[in-house]
Structure formats: C-alpha cells, structure tokens
Design a protein around this ligand. Structure first.
Ligand code: S3P
Length: 178
C-alpha cells in the first residue's frame, strides 16, 4: 500500500479542498505545487504567466516534481491542473505516490470557478456559457493525459467530500489510516 496520495485534475475539480481535508483527517504532510511555485516566484501564477509565459511555468513544474521525488516526498501532494500534460511529469507523479484523478464535468467546474480570478488559462471569457465551452474543449485535449497519469479516477461532481476521502483512505496508507 502506498503512503502518499497525489491529486491531479482540472482546475476546480476539488484537488485543494480534498488535499486539505485529507491532511486534517490524517495529520499527513501536505504540499501544493501551485503554492510552492507561487512562493518561489515571489508573485502570483497569473503574473508569472504574463511575464514568462506558460512554457517557463511548465519547466518550473517539472523541476519541482524532480526535486520532490529526489527528496523522497511522503504525504499528500496537490498539483496544478496542467501538471500531467508532460510525459516526464506523469512518470514522476507515479513515483511520488498513488495518483488520484479528480474528475468533474465542464458544467460543474464552470459553476465552481465562475467569478474566481487567478487562472490565466481561463481569463477573458464573457459569461458562464463561454467558460463552460472553454473548459470542455480543454478537457477534451487533456483527458488522455489525465487518464494516463492516473492510478484511480474519482468523480467529484456531487461534491461528496466524505465519500472521496473514504475512497482515498482505502487505497493509501496516510498517517491516521495506517
Ligand atoms: C493550470 C492550473 C492551475 C495553475 C495554472 C495552470 C492548468 O492550477 O497551475 O494556472 O494548466 O490547468 P489549479 O488546477 O490548482 O487551479
């Protein structure tokens, strides 16, 4: 049984919420790649995208995963929504722990993200319908990478946090569950 849980999935799929709840429940160490990178950049992810672009961000994501893997990270890792897009990252994520793909439909994700700022790839949409379409087309492109990276797929459409925690706790042995 693995002792680390890695959460992947599109923006708004619930990675941060599930990661925080898991950490509270288990006492296991929690790291969030977006938070770590924001600290390192000394600026928001949106600002980093503006100044250096997406490719530079992806390079930094890969470097961070390598670092965590070399350090022998153990605990809960929540990742940015684009992390599984690179093949090298998918291999690193699997090495780090059991990979859970938190999956939700574009409609549900749009409902959760509408009105929230700070996601450079979703900027400039005029209404919720356009946001749903943008998410839908990005998900079509990304789905294959998410599935290739995942060990287990967990649906979060119904917002049932307790069920998701329960499912994860049957698969990984975090502090309290062991
Ligand atoms: C991204 C998702 C974001 C963040 C960046 C790019 C993506 O993370 O890493 O804006 O490509 O899906 P969250 O999934 O935590 O919002």
């Amino acid at each position: 049984m693995k002792t680390s849980a890695v959460l992947i999935g599109y923006m708004g799929a619930g990675k941060s919420t599930v990661a925080r709840a898991l950490a509270t429940k288990s006492g296991a160490k929690l790291l969030d790649t977006d938070e770590l990178l924001t600290e390192r950049f000394g600026m928001s992810i949106s600002r980093f995208f503006e100044l250096q672009g997406e490719e530079a961000f992806r390079e930094r994501e890969t470097a961070l995963l390598k670092e965590l893997s070399e350090q022998g990270f153990s605990g809960i890792l929540s990742t940015g929504g684009g992390m599984p897009l690179r093949e090298a990252n998918r291999a690193l994520l699997k090495k780090l722990g059991h990979v859970f793909y938190l999956k939700a439909t574009p409609q549900v994700i749009a409902g959760r993200l509408w009105g929230h700022k700070g996601r450079p790839l979703l900027e400039g949409v005029k209404d919720k319908e356009e946001l749903t379409e943008r998410i839908g087309s990005m998900l079509k492109v990304r789905e294959e990478a998410y599935l290739a990276a995942a060990d287990t797929v967990l649906d979060t459409d119904d917002n049932d946090l307790a069920r998701v925690l329960e499912q994860i706790s049957h698969i990984v042995s975090l502090a309290e569950f062991s």
